[in-house]
Every structure is written in structure tokens, then in C-alpha cells.
Design a protein around this ligand. Structure first.
Ligand SMILES: Cc1cc2nc3c(=O)[nH]c(=O)nc-3n(C[C@H](O)[C@H](O)[C@H](O)COP(=O)(O)O)c2cc1C
Length: 425
């Protein structure tokens, strides 16, 4: 099936809606707590900032995939590996992040070494019901592959209906079984389905027996390792072709303070026959290597650290992790503002709601704003943003004269690839 390449379409609001959005436009930094961030949907969106035209870059069809063949367990495992190998066995993967792993960010990370990416979590029911939601929250392009499209769900038929709309444009349809936030408890999805494994089984079985693309699941740990292993085995038997394991339990919400349990991830990898990905505590490229070694997994996902440093997978690290490490590092001759400019260019090419751009601006330029808080305050005071404003803001920051470089290990060789991108190997 061919992608419908549609340009940005104007997105108009009624005068009343425009007025309400104007009233709601935030003058604060994006201080939404992770609860809202992880599990928000446009229906819950409070920011109201919408001075961009969302695009349906991927073009969504009405979906009518023919059911996949029902294969025996052994053939399914074989097929899972064939698929993974055909995708090139990606190891460095952008994790799903609501409002943050949107198309321009995925493309930015791909430019800097990511080999695959997840979309943000999409709400399966809203996805089936609202064209506006689909157009705003799911955009893609032909270079945006391999791609996992993630849904939260608690109804197999609705999930299938949503999945059928995206399967022509992705390599996996992923089920979010890991969201631990209050809103997921209220909506009964994510990690709260760990209390209802027969329902989880029926979600996986429904998709895996009906879709042409494989099904993957992103899970958290149970407090007891045996429960986690039984859970993972159940997913595999139900037809799941790949499992990503976030090495924390549902109650371990503070990922900055609580280290992911790589030993538990290793146990899952050992127990399963399908590809397994590790998630948690990937802050720089050396973590990628250690994690692959310690867990035996087939790839890793990174979330939070990529937001600060989208060039993480290309071997660059920010000052925070240089201070922590014993190895020698040098200036990688790449600055956070360089990467931010790349991101803005991606956003011009692949339009997304301004709330996402605003959020990335704060993350990517966080170190700059620490040094120049007045520039952050000016940014916060803008109820609407424009590319012109953001490019000028970068010029202003650079004019202060002090660079904030990303670093590479002394032993790294920085090469410029055929696209002019620096890679620290
Ligand atoms: C801003 C943000 C949004 C997130 N949204 C999702 C999501 O939509 N779906 C999901 O499965 N996990 C989501 N997560 C969790 C991450 O995918 C990941 O599992 C978690 O952050 C641990 O990885 P890390 O230690 O590399 O940050 C989100 C995390 C962050 C920081």
C-alpha cells in the first residue's frame, strides 16, 4: 500500500474554540507532570497551543488487512526472527514517549544513529473514533522505518480496528502494557492490565491472528521474577513476536531515582524464544553496550536521556555523564543548539503541534537555559511560538559566546557520514 503524501492541511477552529484555546494558552514552561504527559489524549489536552497545521503525512486508509495465517508455535518464532532480521536487527531504538516521540523527533534521532523508533502511545478507542486525533497524533513518512506504532487498549475488537488503520505504515503494532500512571488506572490500560492477564492474552491473540504485521508488547516487571517470566511466556504463546521489557515494576515510577533491573530483563530474554528488547537506564552509548552484554537482549530502548541528547546513539554524551565517567572525553564539536536547529528543520518538514516543539525546546536546550534563565523566561512568556522566534532565540543564545558542547570519548573517532552527520564510533 502506498503512502498518501499529503502536505500540511489547514486546521481550523470555530471562533468559540479559538477563543477558548487562546484563553487556555499556557505562559508556563511545560510543567505537566508525567502522569498527564504519559497518558494524555487530545481530549484531555489542556495546553491548547495550536498555532501549527497538523498534517496527515502518513495518510491513513480505512484498513482491510487480510488475516495472517495461523501458524504453529515453532513457525511463529521462526517468522518473528525472519521479520526482525529483515529489519536489520535494530539495536538502538527510540522508546515510545507521549508527546515526545513524534515524527520530527524520531527523524532527528534516526539521523543521529537510532535504528528504529516507537510512536507515542495512541489511544486505540479515540484513534478509531476521531479523525482529528489520527491526523494530529499519528504522522509518518517513508523514511520513518522500522517503526513500532503503539496503542493502549482494553478491548480486542477496538484495538484491531485501530491497528488495521496503521499496519500498512509500520513494522510492528505494539501494545502498551507498561503505563503505570493514574490515568491508565482510570482508563484501565497499560500496566493495570497486569491484573487481568486473560484480557492481555485476548488482545495479543486477536491482533496476532488478524494482522499482517507482527505484534509486539512493551511490559513492566512483576515484583516476583517468576510472575514476570510466566507473563512473558504467555505473551509469546499468544502470538507476540517481540517483547520490550522496561526493567521496573508498576510501582517504580521514578525512573530517575530507581535503576532498571537488567538482571530481570536478562531472565526474560533467557525465558523467551522471540526477540527481546531492554529498556531502562540507557544514558549514553556505553550503556547500550553494557546493557546488551548484561541482558543478552537484541536491542535497547532509550527514552528520557534521548530527550536531553538526541545524538546519544551517535556516540555523543552531555556534560552530566562526562562528569560521572572515569574515561577521558573531549569536545565532540557538536553543540546542543546544532541539534536543536536540526530538530526545527525536521518540524518545518513534518509539522506537529507546537506543544511538542515547546517541550523539546526545553529539554534539548535545558543546559543553555540553566546558564541563561532570562531566555527561558522570555520563551515561557510566548503564548504562541513561531519558527522565526525559535531560530532567533538560538542566535541570541549563541551570541552569549559560551558553547555547551556534547562530548565523545577520547578513544572515539568522529566521522562524517554520507549525509554530513557526525558519528562518534
Ligand atoms: C516523556 C515520556 C513519555 C513516555 N510515554 C510513553 C508511552 O507513550 N508509552 C510507553 O510505553 N512508555 C512511555 N514512556 C516510558 C518510556 O518509554 C520508558 O519505558 C521509560 O522512560 C524508561 O526508559 P528510560 O530509562 O530510557 O527513560 C514515556 C517516558 C517519558 C519520559
Amino acid at each position: 500500500m502506498k503512502l498518501k503524501a499529503r502536505g500540511p492541511s489547514p486546521f481550523s477552529f470555530s471562533p468559540l474554540e479559538s477563543f477558548l484555546r487562546f484563553l487556555m494558552a499556557s505562559t508556563e514552561a511545560p510543567t505537566r507532570d508525567l502522569d498527564d504527559l504519559l497518558c494524555s489524549s487530545p481530549h484531555q489536552e489542556q495546553n491548547g497551543e495550536s498555532n501549527t497545521s497538523p498534517t496527515e503525512a502518513g495518510g491513513i486508509d480505512d484498513g482491510s488487512a487480510s488475516p495472517a495465517l495461523c501458524l504453529s508455535g515453532a513457525s511463529r518464532i521462526e517468522r518473528a526472527w525472519e521479520h526482525w532480521t529483515k529489519l536489520g536487527g535494530p539495536k538502538r531504538i527510540v522508546a515510545p514517549m507521549v508527546d515526545n516521540s513524534e515524527l520530527p523527533f524520531r527523524m532527528l534521532c534516526r539521523k543521529y544513529g537510532a535504528e528504529a523508533a516507537y510512536t507515542p502511545m495512541l489511544h486505540s478507542r479515540i484513534f478509531t473514533e476521531s479523525e482529528k486525533y489520527r491526523n494530529e497524533e499519528f504522522t509518518t513518512c517513508k523514511e520513518d522505518r522500522p517503526l513500532f506504532v503503539q496503542f493502549c487498549a482494553n478491548d480486542p475488537d477496538i484495538l484491531l480496528e485501530a491497528a488495521r488503520r496503521v499496519e500498512p505504515y509500520c513494522d510492528y503494532v505494539d501494545i502498551n502494557l507498561g503505563c503505570p500512571q493514574r490515568i491508565a488506572r482510570r482508563g484501565y490500560y497499560g500496566a493495570f492490565l497486569m491484573d487481568n492477564l486473560p484480557l492481555v492474552k485476548s488482545l495479543v491473540e486477536k491482533l496476532s491472528s488478524s494482522l499482517n504485521v507482527p505484534v509486539s508488547c512493551k511490559i513492566r516487571l512483576f515484583p516476583k521474577i517468576e510472575d514476570t517470566l510466566n507473563y512473558a511466556r504467555m505473551l509469546e504463546e499468544a502470538g507476540c513476536s517481540l517483547v520490550a521489557v522496561h526493567g521496573r515494576t508498576r510501582d517504580e515510577k521514578d525512573q530517575k531515582k530507581i535503576r532498571a533491573d537488567w538482571a530481570a530483563i536478562r531472565a526474560v530474554k533467557t525465558a523467551l524464544k522471540i526477540p527481546v528488547l531492554a529498556n531502562g537506564n540507557i544514558r549514553h552509548l556505553q550503556d547500550v553496550e553494557s546493557c546488551l552484554k548484561e541482558t543478552g537482549c537484541d536491542g535497547v530502548l532509550s527514552a528520557d536521556s534521548l530527550l536531553d541528547n538526541p545524538a546519544l546513539f551517535a556516540g555523543f554524551r552531555n556534560a552530566e555523564w562526562v562528569v560521572e565517567s572515569n574515561e577521558g572525553h573531549r569536545d565532540g564539536e557538536l553543540d546542543q543548539t546544532d541539534i536543536f536547529i536540526d530538530y526545527l528543520k525536521m518540524c518545518e518538514k513534518y509539522p506537529v503541534p507546537w506543544r511538542m516543539i515547546r517541550s523539546h525546546t526545553h529539554k534539548m536546550l535545558g543546559d543553555w537555559f540553566k546558564n541563561h534563565p532570562q531566555v527561558r523566561e522570555e520563551l515561557n512568556a510566548q503564548s504562541t511560538l513561531s519558527f522565526e522566534y525559535l531560530y532567533e532565540m538560538v542566535d541570541k543564545l549563541r551570541a552569549f559566546g559560551k558553547r555547551i558542547p556534547l562530548y565523545v570519548m577520547n578513544s572515539s573517532v568522529v566521522e562524517v557520514d554520507e549525509n554530513g552527520i557526525k558519528i562518534a564510533a
